[in-house]
Design a protein around this ligand. Structure first.
Ligand code: HT7
Ligand code: ZN
Length: 876
């Protein structure tokens, strides 16, 4: 496979003004006729017109109405090259494709009884020959002809223009999208679906029809997505001044989908798991995720569709910015503090690991082999942090000025991250030259903080040093511009002044953003009346690791007194980690474990804080994951981590049993009907965290309570929380609970996936054997990405103690599955490889077994470019 480099980018040689697509739909052979009105790009580099095309059967090509002979073009497995073309011309290309054989789920494919498309990033080339690159934007008109009984609903982008009946039981529709778009935003759906409709009046008074299409049995699970869509449309008007621009906005739910959802213009296609929700079948987390994904895809209408990417190296231009937008949306609609904690938790567990591993890449990568491998947490989540830092530096108003300029200046264009930054700079007269290193340098910067207090001069001196570890292909890093939001606290937890030594006026806020732009910088604060406790990176103002020496008492103080709720939570997490790492060292030296009293005291205080938001309390009481603890160690000791984490949980449970019990009862409201709102979600999450601790006491009464909760619950959040806890206890009650759950929910795909996941995450030693058994169960299909992620993916990523079993069985299992998957669906196969990302951080024996597993994959002939790229980068 070939490496594609940003440095080799050239503008397209030919442009497409408009395209007329005709689909004669048939599940086994669909004929696609594409009429392209094209012209030479005066700025283009080449004479030949190169069209991409893969897995296509070419039927005919006409140039300005004349049928071309085979001698007049060249064709390979991936391209169609037409030499000697006039300045302006029309091409008519007829191809045949086979949706029912398409297990890769790219291009046009079958999912159950419907047919749909997925074109991002490079799927359109599996439909017809076309310049499949985002900087070729065209106006699309799409005509679909299909059997009416089989596919009564025929959808594509834009507005419905015409439709009609044909004699042979077929019908046709024509869709027109007036907004020029790259072909990755093309979509088509044909199915026999239920449709729920609503409407939205935009800020300028235009009525937009909203439609959600789902399998008929899911007719009662559309309300939440529809509500989320309306919330998103209003929010984008209010927060960014962006209005919707077509007569209709459609969402279709499909069961077989490689990712979460896709922002095709006017016709979003969603993984069914990211749309369908009812209290009985979806957890609070599902409801929350659906709201944020519906928002994310809708926000792409401006950040991605109206203004798109020039090339795929600019992917974060749309993804990072849109994630940042969806995070703000969720924060505005729910709890901003909880949103920030969850976002950062995810970033630190997943993106920091990517940045520290063999696939580390900048937010704007320099090269790739397979672009599908770059839909990463770095592009999405770190990309969002980069945009967020721009907002922090410019302030809310300045940022809005920048986005207004960006959208207005580049509407209808395909642009770069540099264009985005330039709009921010010009709208604010602010130089972001150094800041742009966040786009080009990979790796997680480390800030080390030192401080000193001069009690006589009342001066507090803070020294910050920054460095960034080497990453593949980048050994030396230049200093970043890092916004460090900070504050100073006195011994009672009150804010101290933040006036710097060279400033004439006192600083008037409790938090100030320091701009760290050198390898080392010192900040002197004057008028500090007592020795302060410094709080750094409030709200996690930059995606960095912070090293600051604090003893347990100082962390406990911050946990109790810090003003910023993110940093309060973070201090608690640091306290857990500091204590757990020290217990791990004890365990490794066979020293008896003893839980420090301060941790029990702090957790008790959190449990007793009547004024606190239950959602925050739930997060304060949640221990860092085994994976995150592993990432804090030089050599990850799987067994010690597992043992110590369990020891801490069990000990807290035993010592604070009465408090957990009281809080469980306070927040368990069996007679109150389910509501999706922050208050109720928070109460449920806290109650279920308490139940988790109570189950750790091994008291049979708690097992009964857990079973009772499952039985009485009117919602999936409480049912599943109970089942999750039950599967960790061997015995007849566990088997009974699992069987009853499956019997009740076997007809619901999303719930069955949850049933697979709870079993994949079980800590019982026979889990892998059971997983292999479940793979033969009628509920599981290796061709369905959701099934694969729910069972194989969850086991390999989130059950570290068993995936990293000493005998290497987890590693061999994953390698075998990847080889099977690669033949069916390369994108899903290469994603699963991610479980080996940190393989070099384990002990020698495990490293050797993981190397062997990776080599067994690398040695296979005919690997997809997806798996080839990842496995070779891991082994390099
Ligand atoms: N922009 C969408 C990306 C996507 C995708 C990429 C590769 C293969 C399949 C895919 N399905 C969707 C989703 C988003 O970020 O909004
Ligand atoms: Zn996106």
């Amino acid at each position: 496979p070939q490496t594609i480099r940003l440095a080799d980018y050239t503008v397209p040689s030919y442009l497409v003004d408009n395209v007329d697509l005709h689909f004669d739909l048939d599940a086994s052979t669909t004929q696609v006729t594409s009429i392209l009105n094209m012209r030479r790009n005066p700025k283009g580099p080449g004479e030949d017109c190169v069209l991409n095309g893969e897995h296509l059967q070419l039927v005919s090509i006409k140039l300005d109405g004349r049928l071309l002979t085979a001698a007049e073009f060249q064709r390979s497995n991936t391209q169609l090259i037409l030499p000697q073309l006039p300045e302006k011309f029309q091409l008519e290309i007829v191809t045949e494709i086979h949706p029912d054989q398409n297990t890769a789920l790219e291009g046009l494919y079958h999912s159950g009884t419907l047919v749909c498309t997925q074109c991002e990033a490079e799927g359109f080339r599996r439909i017809t020959y076309y310049p499949d690159r985002p900087d070729v934007m065209a106006v699309f008109t799409v005509t679909i002809t299909a059997d009416k009984q089989q596919w009564p609903i025929l959808l594509s982008n834009g507005n419905l223009q015409e439709q009609g009946e044909l004699e042979d039981g077929r019908h046709w529709v024509r869709w027109h999208d007036p907004h020029p778009k790259p072909c990755y935003l093309f979509a088509l759906v044909a199915g026999d679906l239920y449709m729920q409709q609503d409407s939205f009046t935009t800020i300028s008074g235009r009525d937009v029809t909203l439609q959600i299409y789902v399998d008929k049995e899911n007719h009662d699970k559309c309300d939440h997505a529809l509500m989320s869509l309306k919330q998103s449309m209003r929010w984008d008007e209010e927060a960014y001044g962006r209005e919707y621009d077509l007569d209709v906005f459609m969402i279709v739910a499909v069961n077989d989908f490689n990712m979460g959802a896709m922002e095709n213009k006017g016709l979003n296609i969603f993984n069914a798991a990211c749309v369908l929700a009812s209290p009985q079948t979806a957890t609070d987390n599902d409801f929350y995720t659906i709201q944020s994904i519906v928002g994310h895809e809708y926000f792409h209408n401006w950040s991605g569709n109206r203004v798109t990417c020039r090339d795929w190296f600019q992917l974060s231009l749309k993804e990072g910015f849109t994630v940042m937008r969806d995070q703000s949306f969720s924060a505005d609609l729910n709890s901003a503090a909880v949103q920030r904690i969850d976002d950062v938790d995810q970033l630190r567990s997943l993106q920091f690991a990517e940045d520290a591993g063999p696939m580390a890449h900048p937010v704007r990568p320099d090269s790739y082999i397979e672009i599908s491998n770059f839909y990463t947490v770095t592009i999405y989540e770190k990309g969002a942090e980069v945009v967020r830092m721009i907002k922090t530096l410019l302030g809310d108003e300045g940022f809005r000025k920048g986005t207004d300029l960006y959208f207005d200046r580049h509407d209808g264009q395909a642009v770069t991250t540099d264009d985005f930054v330039k709009a921010m700079e010009e709208a604010n007269h602010y130089d972001l030259t150094q800041f742009k290193r966040w786009y080009t340098q990979a790796g997680t910067p480390v800030i080390t903080a030192f401080y000193n207090y001069d009690a006589i001069k009342k001066i507090f001196t803070l020294t910050l040093q920054q460095s960034c570890p080497a990453t593949p292909g980048q050994t030396e890093k230049q200093p970043f511009l890092i916004p460090v939001a900070m504050g100073l606290l006195d011994s009672a937890g009150n804010s101290l002044p933040l006036q710097l030594i060279d400033e004439a006026q006192p600083y008037d806020k409790d938090t100030r953003v320091l701009e760290l732009n050198e390898s080392e910088q010192t900040f002197r604060f004057i008028g500090v009346e007592q020795k302060p406790i410094v709080s750094l990176l409030r709200g996690f103002s930059a995606p960095v690791k912070l090293l600051i020496e604090r003893d347990n008492e100082e962390l406990a103080f911050l946990m109790a007194n810090e003003k910023d709720s993110f940093n309060r939570w973070d201090a608690g997490q640091s306290l857990f980690i500091q204590i757990m790492l020290s217990l791990i060292a004890d365990y490794q030296q066979n020293t008896a474990l003893q839980l420090p009293e301060i941790l029990v005291k702090q957790c008790a205080a959190v449990l007793q804080d009547k004024a606190a938001d239950p959602a925050l309390v739930a997060r304060m009481l949640t221990l860092p994951s085994e994976n995150y603890l592993a990432a804090q160690m030089k050599v990850a000791d799987v067994d010690a981590i597992h043992h110590v984490r369990k020891f801490v949980k069990d000990s807290l449970a035993m010592q604070l049993k009465a408090q957990f019990d009281a809080l469980y009862q306070q927040h368990n409201l069996p007679n109150v009907a389910y509501q999706f709102n922050s208050e109720h979600m928070g109460r449920r999450s806290l109650k279920n965290v308490c139940l988790g601790y109570l189950m750790a006491t091994n008291d049979p009464m708690q097992t009964q309570r857990c079973l009772k909760q499952m039985k009485q619950a009117d919602n999936m959040t409480d049912t599943l929380a109970g089942l999750r806890l039950m599967v960790d206890q061997a015995g007849i009650e566990r088997e009974h609970a699992l069987r009853a759950f499956y019997e009740q929910w076997q007809h619901d795909r999303q719930v069955v996936d949850k049933w697979l996941t709870v079993q994949a995450l079980s800590s019982l030693p026979d889990t892998l054997i059971r997983i292999k058994g479940l793979m033969k169960h009628p509920a599981f299909s290796i061709k369905n990405p959701n099934n694969v992620r729910a069972l194989i993916g969850q086991f390999c990523r989130n059950n570290p103690a068993l995936f990293h079993a000493k005998d290497g069985s987890g590693y061999r299992f994953l390698a075998e599955q990847i080889l099977v998957l690669d033949k069916l669906n390369p994108q899903v196969a290469s994603r699963q490889l991610g479980a080996f990302n940190s393989w070099r951080r384990y002990d020698e024996k495990r490293q050797q077994m993981m190397r062997e597993a990776l080599q067994s994959i690398a040695q296979q002939q005919d690997l997809s470019s997806d798996v080839y790229e990842i496995v070779n980068k891991y082994l390099a």
